[in-house]
Design a protein around this ligand. Structure first.
Ligand code: NAP
Length: 251
């Protein structure tokens, strides 16, 4: 029961890493509010998890929707102790072929969505006595990749935003910590389109696996375990830090 009585709002909670985190939150004695633009999958997950989980429709680029998601969480379970910003989109482009529209779309969801999540949740978390914000960045927020320019830029912004939120909350003595998580390639629906096809005489999957010294893709559960640690009181001296979960990719 590592999250007993902790109430956690998860953006992008209907799929992949967000969904695995919701399952862990409930298994460890907490309450999970799944926010996602995919209502069908989000409601199905909340139903699977029972009375300790609820679904709220949430498009992370929509500020009133964030405010409603926070209010619904507090109305339903009485407080807000944890926020996981997991909603994200991955798009392939280089600095030369990325249009302004595409750059804005990726940065709106990945970076601005995380900004709006932190901004909307902090007052309710402070009133709840503090807690933990976890923002999912990426190894591509730590290093470059010629094929993912807008994504790298958006995830670098998440890394930097996280440190600013951590500093602000510490200065205000809210008792709120904020850390970023940097996964390598994780086998979720996000990367499914990249697993087929051929690159350098390898399948897409083999090519991605070879990037990791451990020789395989990560699993959503492995990232969720790191997030669980950060949401729990096992990490109370960690804030403004980068937690890498990448099978050795950045080493
Ligand atoms: P996923 O399975 O595709 O889950 C992401 C979820 O976010 C989906 O349900 C998606 O809905 C939702 N979403 C997208 N845009 C949204 C929006 N505007 N508002 C609300 N929800 C939205 O992907 P994942 O791999 O679990 O990704 C979770 C996070 O980890 C992302 O931030 C991603 O960038 C990051 N990450 C992933 C990997 C990886 O290799 N998988 C590596 C590093 C970092 P739709 O299905 O409708 O788009």
């Amino acid at each position: 029961m590592r999250l007993e009585n902790k109430i956690v709002l998860i953006s992008g909670g209907a799929s992949g890493i967000g969904a695995e985190t919701a399952r862990r939150v409930v298994r460890e004695g907490g309450k999970a509010v799944v926010g996602d633009r995919d209502e069908e999958k989000g409601r199905a997950l909340a139903a699977e998890l029972g009375p300790s989980a609820a679904f709220v429709p949430l498009d992370v680029v929509d500020e009133p929707a964030w405010q409603k998601a926070v209010a619904t969480t507090v109305d339903t379970y009485g407080a807000l102790h944890g926020l996981l910003n997991a909603a994200g989109i991955g798009v392939r482009n280089s600095i030369e072929d990325c249009s302004l529209e595409e750059y804005r779309r990726v940065n709106d969801v990945n970076s601005m969505g995380t900004f709006l999540g932190c901004k909307s949740a902090i007052p309710a978390m402070a009133r709840s006595g503090g807690g933990s914000i976890v923002n999912i960045s990426s190894v591509l927020g730590l290093r470059g990749a010629s094929y993912a320019m807008a994504y790298c830029a958006s995830k670098g912004a998440v890394r930097s935003l996280t440190k600013n939120v951590a500093m602000h909350c510490a200065q205000m003595k809210y008792g709120i910590r904020c850390n970023s998580v940097h996964p390598g390639y994780i086998d979720t629906p996000m990367i499914a389109p990249r697993l087929s096809g051929t690159i350098d005489n390898m399948t897409g999957r083999q090519w991605l696996e070879a990037l990791h010294p451990l020789g395989r893709l990560g699993r959503a559960e492995e990232v969720a375990d790191m997030i669980l640690f950060l949401l729990s009181d096992e990490s109370t001296f960690s804030t403004g830090s980068e937690f890498v979960c990448d099978g050795g990719l950045t080493a």
